[in-house]
Design a protein around this ligand. Structure first.
Ligand code: HEC
Ligand code: HEC
Length: 244
C-alpha cells in the first residue's frame, strides 16, 4: 500500500493508536513534550517572522497575522488582501488544520497554486511538528484541539520524487484531457474555473495529487483526480504545460 495516500480511516486509526500510547504513559508526558516542542517551534517560526506576526496585538504585515490559525478558514482575516487563489480556497472551505497547515508549510503551492506567499517551504517534518505546536499556543483553547498530541504525526504530504520524475506522454494526455476541457476552457481563459494551460509540470502534478489525497477541498476535482493514476496525471501535466 502506498503510504503517501493512506485513507483517512487508516490515518485516523494510526492517530488513535499513537494517542493511546501517549495516554498510557500518563497525561503528563504529552504536556511536557508539548511545551518543549513549542519552544523549538518558536525557533522555526523565525523563518516566518519577516512576514507574519503572532501574539497580543499582532497585526497583518506582508502576510496575515497567524493568531487563531487552527480552525480558521483560509483567506479569512478581514482587512488583509489575499491572492485570488487563497480567497478561492476559502470559498471552497479550506480550513487550517494540522493536516492542511502541514501540507501548506511544506510546499505552499501544493494547496494554493498561485499563492502570493513566496516561501520555499519547510521540508523537515520535525520542524513542522514543532512549528505547529508553537502556533497552537496562539489558538483558542489549544488543549481542546484534538490533534494536539505532539507525536500524532507521521503524515508526509511532500510528493514522492519518483512520482515527480515520471515522464508524461503528451499524446496520451491530450486524449485524457477532453474530459477536463468540458470545464477548463481550451482557450486558456478563466471563466470562473481556473485556467490550467501552460502550467509548470511540477505545480500541476503536485496540485492533482493534493486533490487525489483529498488535502485540497474541491469535491469534483477530488473525484476527477482520484480516478487518475500517477502516469495519467503526468501525461495530463505534459499536455497542459505545452498549451498556450
Ligand atoms: C516572504 C513572506 C512570507 C513568509 C516568509 C511566510 N509567509 Fe505565510 N504568507 C505570506 C503571504 C503574502 C500570505 C498570503 C498568501 C495569499 O494570499 O496567497 C501568507 C499566508 C499564510 C497562511 C494562510 C493564512 C490565512 O489567513 O489563510 C499561513 C497559514 C501561512 N502563511 C503560514 C506561514 C508560516 C508558518 C511561515 C513560516 C514557516 C510562513 N507563512 C512564511 C507571506 C509569507
Ligand atoms: C466538472 C468541472 C471540472 C472538470 C471535469 C475538471 N475540473 Fe479541474 N477544476 C474545476 C474547478 C471548479 C476547479 C477549482 C477548484 C478549486 O477551487 O480548488 C478546478 C481546479 C483544477 C486545478 C487546480 C487549479 C488551480 O489554480 O489551483 C487543476 C490542476 C485541475 N483542475 C485539473 C483538472 C484536470 C487535469 C481535469 C481532467 C482530468 C479536470 N481538472 C477536470 C473543475 C473541473
Amino acid at each position: 500500500m502506498n503510504t503517501k495516500y493512506m485513507t483517512k480511516t487508516v490515518q485516523n486509526s494510526i492517530k488513535t493508536a499513537v494517542l493511546a500510547t501517549v495516554v498510557s504513559f500518563g497525561g503528563h508526558v504529552s504536556h511536557a513534550q508539548d511545551s518543549t516542542l513549542s519552544a523549538q517551534g518558536a525557533k522555526v517560526f523565525a523563518k516566518c517572522k519577516a512576514c507574519h506576526k503572532v501574539g497580543d496585538g499582532a497585526k497583518n504585515g506582508v502576510g496575515p497575522h497567524l493568531n487563531g490559525i487552527f480552525g480558521r478558514e483560509a483567506g479569512s482575516v478581514p482587512d488583509y488582501k489575499y491572492s485570488k487563489s487563497m480567497t478561492r480556497a476559502g470559498h471552497d472551505k479550506l480550513v487550517w488544520t494540522d493536516e492542511t497547515l502541514t501540507a501548506f508549510v511544506e510546499n505552499p503551492k501544493s494547496l494554493i497554486s498561485k499563492t502570493k506567499m513566496s516561501f520555499r517551504g519547510v521540508k523537515d517534518p520535525e520542524q513542522i511538528t514543532a512549528l505547529l505546536a508553537y502556533l497552537r499556543v496562539f489558538s483558542d483553547d489549544p488543549s481542546n484541539i484534538p490533534e494536539a498530541e505532539p507525536t500524532a504525526k507521521g503524515t508526509d504530504h511532500d510528493i514522492d520524487p519518483a512520482i515527480l520524475a515520471i515522464q508524461g506522454d503528451p499524446e496520451y494526455g491530450e486524449y485524457l484531457a477532453s474530459e477536463c476541457q468540458t470545464c477548463h476552457r481550451v482557450d486558456g481563459t478563466d471563466a470562473g474555473i481556473p485556467a490550467i494551460n501552460g502550467w509548470p509540470i511540477e505545480d500541476f502534478v503536485v496540485a492533482m495529487h493534493a486533490y487525489k489525497g483529498k488535502i485540497r477541498p474541491h469535491p469534483v476535482m477530488q473525484m476527477m483526480a482520484g480516478r487518475l493514476s500517477s502516469e495519467e496525471i503526468a501525461a495530463l501535466a505534459a499536455y497542459f504545460e505545452a498549451l498556450e
